[in-house]
Design a protein around this ligand. Structure first.
Ligand code: 5GP
Ligand code: ZN
Length: 118
């Protein structure tokens, strides 16, 4: 039982829900999004339950920095390092955030368009 047993991403990170991790370390796991919006759509999450970027604190700076590094390494590993990619974290209602556990979408494998057109 995780501390946040009602949180789907805590349960995935804690191994309660089986999931093929593309990356895992003591602090971070990454796995494919179940509803991919691009040929590559990976979710990168901290194991620590942080509801969104809005609840990030000073003590999380290294963790969030590491997520960015893991994103770049994963992008290389899955073959989109050269073609390019986007890293997004939705925060609260107007962003459409559905899962209230901090996560980053790594998207690529097709032209994603200018962000301002979305
Ligand atoms: P949000 O809108 O919160 O930024 O994005 C949540 C993402 O998590 C969505 O893209 C959704 O498809 C994905 N997702 C939600 N539940 C699960 C799950 O149980 N497994 C996987 N692999 N992805 C999930
Ligand atoms: Zn959680």
């Amino acid at each position: 039982m995780t501390e946040h047993s009602d949180c789907i991403f805590c349960r995935i990170a804690g191994g309660e829900i089986p999931c093929d991790f593309l990356y895992a370390d003591e602090q971070i796991v990454a796995f494919n999004d179940m509803h991919p919006q691009a040929p590559v759509h990976i979710l990168i999450i901290p194991k620590k339950h942080i509801p969104s970027l809005a609840e990030m604190s000073e003590e999380d700076i290294a963790l969030v920095g590491r997520i960015n590094l893991v994103a770049a390494q994963l992008a290389e590993a899955v073959g989109i390092g050269k073609s390019g990619y986007r890293l997004i974290s939705n925060c609260r209602a107007d962003s459409g955030q559905e899962v209230p556990h901090l996560h980053y979408h790594l998207l690529g494998g097709r032209y994603l368009g200018a962000f301002t057109q979305q």
